[in-house]
Design a protein around this ligand. Structure first.
Ligand code: NAD
Length: 493
């Protein structure tokens, strides 16, 4: 049963690219969008040509001077207007977002829809990101007379930003990129994930209605990697804001070097979740179970790699195996479903292969590992115990409802295991006191560490250590991410 405020999904609806303020037909036809919950085709997305991607970058470049020179208060007011329209309209996109992402109804309502307006709303208030410097006395030199040098550090927009996004939470993700980018005076070309671009096209229509000048926001879509790669190579694009896998992120860094792209890379994770000997086990179990119930583990920040003190191991496994069967797996449209599908058949097979490799390597399946007998790409909540740090399933991001468990002997050992990873995005510590969690957490090589909680501070800087990325966004850090620093200096003699 879909909520009544959601518009019905019309499989025959025509979607277009938005380039330079015009809705244009794609040069290369259309491709199918499949509902992971039912395996049915729910729409057809535009297949942009590489020439159209170039047109979008050129349009963004042409719009840049006018947008950059628009007073910041006017830019931010448009973001506020867009947030108002999103508050009115985005709820109606629920059916489409649910159908293309496969998210459960509850997750669609709680996460897929509302956060995009919140992200625009946050940046509707202009923030001063410029900074004065201390005056600095300079002696006479061949460059000029002695005097007192002053300087002001100004943040300028980077220019044209290509925003390349992943499939898991499309609207939320793109809003987190374009809202700060636009507030800072950049223009953008959006390139959504191939699996679920339709609601994002509709989001751009809402943004257009808010009154952004032509070319400030553009969107191109395709079924593969060509459009994204063309943006990375384009001399008209100054910055790539990428969220996605570390493998693709590394390719973008390499290809972007030729045109010296500025890069914001929000990449994969394999969240360590350290449980000390005195932790509150019920709180920890509730957190770990979100790997199963929160978008079927397709969340980069999920606490998938549990590192528990050996004295609490039996209790952890007993409690997790008691929780897993309570989480209903299946039709994402049923209100009481907790674990919906993963995005595609290919991805479901990949998740299953990870589990099979773990078992072949000596891990024990404490629960899950099965495939519910129904259409759709489902994976039951899976818990692998008797794991060792070297296992593929322990080292690599699965991006599915799969938890692995390691044991530690003391806090030093726990920290060493947590840091034995090439990822470092979001880790967690559950300890008997916040002070102990803080002491352990600060030693973990991870851009973010949750202490006795998996609720993030939404405006805290977000990003990864190691293969989990480069740069930080969210809050004021988002404005910093989409800016170049310029120093203006003078001399008082
Ligand atoms: P992906 O890396 O497969 O694709 C992401 C985007 O990159 C897509 O739009 C894709 O079309 C594009 N792309 C692919 N090849 C490209 C190329 N050569 N050049 C330019 N663009 C290219 O990721 P996914 O499967 O869509 O998403 C899952 C991944 O995203 C996971 O690794 C997850 O951890 C990560 N993720 C990270 C964050 C974060 O904030 N750190 C948030 C959500 C998801």
């Amino acid at each position: 049963m879909t909520p009544p405020e959601w518009d019905p999904v019309n499989v025959d609806e025509e979607y277009r690219l938005f380039i330079g303020g015009e809705w244009v037909l794609p040069d290369s036809g259309i491709y199918q969008i499949v509902n992971p919950n039912t395996t049915e085709v729910i729409g057809y997305a535009p297949e942009a040509s590489v020439a159209q991607v170039a047109d979008a970058a050129a349009a963004a470049k042409e719009a840049l001077p006018g947008w950059r020179d628009t007073p910041v208060a006017e830019r931010c007011a448009l973001l506020g207007r867009a947030a108002d329209l999103m508050d009115e309209r985005v709820g109606r996109l629920g059916g489409l977002v649910q159908a293309e992402t496969g998210a459960t109804v509850n997750l669609t309502e709680a996460v897929q829809l509302p956060v995009c307006a919140e992200r625009f709303r946050y940046y509707q208030t202009p923030v001063n990101v410029d900074e004065p410097m201390e005056p600095y006395p300079v002696p006479e030199s061949p460059l000029g007379p002695a005097g007192l040098s002053g300087a002001h550090v100004v943040r300028q927009p980077v220019g044209v930003v290509a925003c390349i996004t992943p499939y898991n939470v499309p609207l939320t993700n793109v809003a987190g990129k374009i809202a700060p980018a636009l507030a800072m005076g950049n223009t953008v070309v959006i390139k959504p994930a191939p699996q679920d671009p339709l609601a994002m096209i509709k989001l751009v229509a809402i943004i257009e209605e808010a009154g952004f000048p032509p070319g400030v926001v553009n969107i191109v879509t395709d079924s593969g990697a060509a459009s994204g790669a063309a943006l990375v190579a384009s001399p008209d694009v100054n910055m790539i804001s990428f969220t996605g896998s570390s493998v693709v992120g590394a390719k973008i860094m390499e290809a972007g070097g030729a045109t010296m792209k500025r890069l914001l890379m929000e990449l994969g994770g394999k969240g360590a979740c350290v449980l000390t000997d005195d932790c509150n086990m019920d709180a920890a179990v509730g957190a770990v179970a979100t790997v199963w119930g929160f978008h079927s583990g397709q969340i980069c920040t999920a606490p998938t790699r549990v590192i528990v003190h050996h004295s609490r191991y039996d209790e952890l496994v007993e409690k997790l195996t008691a929780v897993a069967p309570l989480l209903k797996v299946g039709d994402a449209l049923e209100r009481d479903t907790v674990v919906g599908p993963v995005i595609t058949e290919v991805h479901r097979d990949r998740v299953e292969q990870f589990v099979a490799d773990g078992v072949a390597g000596g891990a024990t399946l404490a629960c899950g590992g099965s495939r519910p007998d129904q259409p759709g790409y489902f994976v039951a909540p899976t818990l692998l115990v008797d794991c060792t740090p070297d296992m593929h399933v322990v080292q690599e991001e699965v991006f599915g409802p799969v938890v692995v468990v390691l044991t530690h002997d003391d806090d030093d050992h726990a920290v060493a295991l947590a840091n034995d990873s090439h990822y470092g995005l979001f880790s967690y510590v559950f300890a008997g006191s916040t002070a102990r969690a803080f002491e352990v957490g600060r030693r973990i090589e991870s851009g973010n560490v949750g202490l006795n909680s998996i609720q993030p501070h939404v405006h805290a800087p977000f990003g990864g250590f190691k293969m989990s990325g480069v740069g930080r966004d969210r809050g004021v850090f988002g404005l910093h991410a989409y800016s170049e620093i310029q120093a203006l200096s003078w001399l008082a003699t």
